[in-house]
Each structure stands twice: as structure tokens, then as C-alpha cells.
Design a protein around this ligand. Structure first.
Ligand code: GAR
Length: 195
């Protein structure tokens, strides 16, 4: 029985697509639901791949989240570029079963308002020699749950926020499937090795 994965998205959905493609090679896990707070391109990508895609009527309504997750019989909720807070009742009920991917090496450059280009601009402004992507457990505080795995990229003197974003995104597309495969193997999100 494949491990059943729900994915929450707000934007273009490249991580969702990379995850779906990776999981299509065997029966370890399967994306069964895409959820969004808006009419995101990611929802259309999911629907085009035959995945149930749902725009939330009210992203603050925990009961709507719980109903969708129950209906999909999801084992895991992945936040892949989901930019709103998940309702605290959902985080409580799903403790230990929600993971997020962040485009920096947490605990650096996380927190409220830190997403997309802002994250990479902050890395460059700080002069960090490395950046990367992190998968972590989700709790009530943005980007603060236990880190499960991370992938690094070197920052070069020539980098702009855009070039750095591109290299980090390539790492994200391998890191997230690795996190989901580790979770499927253990039956819950667990720390995993990534190279
Ligand atoms: C990804 O880079 C993800 O790490 C980031 O949003 C992007 C979504 O891209 N998430 C955050 O910044 C969360 N704080 P995608 O829609 O193409 O997967």
C-alpha cells in the first residue's frame, strides 16, 4: 500500500511536480491530494496529472483541511511553497506528520515573510559561503520545527538572488522526494541522509 501524501502549495508548484514525477517510478508513496489557499498554477499541474486538486474555501478553517485530509486518507502533509500558516488545530492534530521545505539552511534565513527571492537576497546580504534547502517538521512557529534533512550549495561571488534560487531549487527537487521516501519507509517523517 503506497504511503499517501497530501501537498499544500501556493505558487508555481515545481516541487509538487518533481515529487509526483519521482514517486511515479515505483509504489512506495503517492501524491493523492493538492491543496491551495489560492488558484495556484500548482493546482492545475496536479489536476493535469490526475491528482485531486482543491482550492480551500477558507484557508483559516481547520475543519476544511481536516475533511480534505481525511477524505484523501493522507498519511503525510507536505508544505511545498505553501505561504500561509496552516491552522493551529491542524498542526496540533497532525503533529509529527507535516513537513515543510524551505529554500535556505535553517535555522538561518527562516521565519515569517521569508520566502522566495527574499530568502536568497538575505543569504547574499549576509555573505554566507553556503546556502541550500531544508526539510523540517512543522510546528506552530514558521520554519522552527526539527530539521530532518538538508542539501547544500556553494554561494559564489557572481551569484544574484536569481542564480542562487535556481541552484537551490534544483536541490529542492531532489531533497523533497528523499524526505518523502524516508517518511514512507518509516511510516512517519524521520531524519534522513542527503548528498
Ligand atoms: C520553493 O523554493 C520553496 O522552498 C519555497 O517556495 C518555493 C516554491 O516553489 N518555500 C518557502 O519559501 C517557504 N518559506 P514551487 O512552487 O516551484 O515548488
Amino acid at each position: 500500500m503506497p504511503y499517501r501524501v497530501a501537498v499544500a502549495v501556493s505558487g508555481r508548484g515545481s516541487n509538487l511536480t518533481a515529487l509526483v514525477d519521482d514517486l511515479s517510478t515505483d509504489d512506495v508513496a503517492r501524491v493523492v491530494l493538492a491543496i491551495s489557499d489560492r488558484q495556484a498554477p500548482a493546482l492545475a499541474h496536479a489536476a493535469a496529472r490526475g491528482i485531486a486538486a482543491h482550492r480551500l474555501d477558507d484557508y483559516r478553517d481547520a475543519s476544511e483541511w481536516m475533511r480534505l485530509l481525511d477524505l484523501a486518507r493522507a498519511n503525510l502533509l507536505v508544505l511545498a511553497g505553501y505561504l500561509k500558516l496552516v491552522p493551529s488545530e491542524v498542526v496540533g492534530a497532525w503533529a509529527g506528520r507535516i513537513i515543510n521545505i524551505h529554500p535556505a539552511l535553517l535555522p538561518l534565513h527562516g521565519g515569517s515573510g521569508m520566502y522566495g527571492g527574499r530568502v536568497h537576497a538575505a543569504v547574499l546580504a549576509a555573505g554566507d559561503p553556503h546556502s541550500g534547502a531544508t526539510v523540517h517538521l512543522v510546528d506552530e512557529i514558521y520554519d522552527r520545527g526539527a530539521v530532518l534533512g538538508a542539501g547544500r550549495v556553494a554561494v559564489t561571488a557572481a551569484d544574484t538572488a536569481e542564480t542562487l534560487a535556481e541552484r537551490v531549487l534544483a536541490v529542492e527537487h531532489r531533497l523533497l522526494p528523499a524526505a518523502v521516501r524516508a517518511a514512507a519507509g518509516a511510516g512517519r517523517p524521520v531524519p534522513f541522509e542527503f548528498t
